[in-house]
Design a protein around this ligand. Sequence first.
Ligand code: GDP
Ligand code: MG
Length: 176
Amino acid sequence: MEAGSCRYQFRIALLGDAAVGKTSLLRRYMAGVAEPEPEPTVGVEFYRRELQLRAGPRVKLQLWDTAGHERFRCITRSFYRNVVGVMLVFDVTNRKSFEHIRDWHQEVMANQGPNKAIFLLVGHKSDLWSTRCVSAQEAEELAASLGIAFMEASAKNNCNVDLTFDTLAHAIQQAL
Ligand code: GDP
Ligand code: MG
């Protein structure tokens, strides 16, 4: 999609249970690039940022957060329109959030348009190693069964935050 000086604009959605840290990941990624947003409101929120891909073009990212309504699983079909990338986020200390990843994946598959989205599974809050209850190995296995990549990150420690967005954007570009 043409977008000003950038040739590409990628719409990316962050999905996963409430409190897995989606908003924190986005805000960490946006820190230094934009002013922090005011308190989250109910409804879709999105952030914009440009990214220079490794050995690739400069791209515009439109990053969509679910602003609370994931709690009620009432995300509208229009949310998925033109989404080319999805971060499926779970909390490594919250087993249920991991078990729900298949449901979130299914939700996208059932609602997306003709263009298939590229997914990345993110095991978040990797800083909480002492209360962790989902191993990297089982997350790898889930990702493999869905045919997608897996990474761990922590917004708190700023660990792998840039890398997750970079990896997903790169994969989207590769699939164009
Ligand atoms: P969302 O509902 O998925 O958007 O999650 P939030 O970003 O609102 O975060 C939910 C809670 O998890 C908050 O109390 C955050 O402070 C906490 N949190 C977010 N990211 C991290 C992280 O990387 N590590 C730890 N330990 N806590 C986090
Ligand atoms: Mg949130």
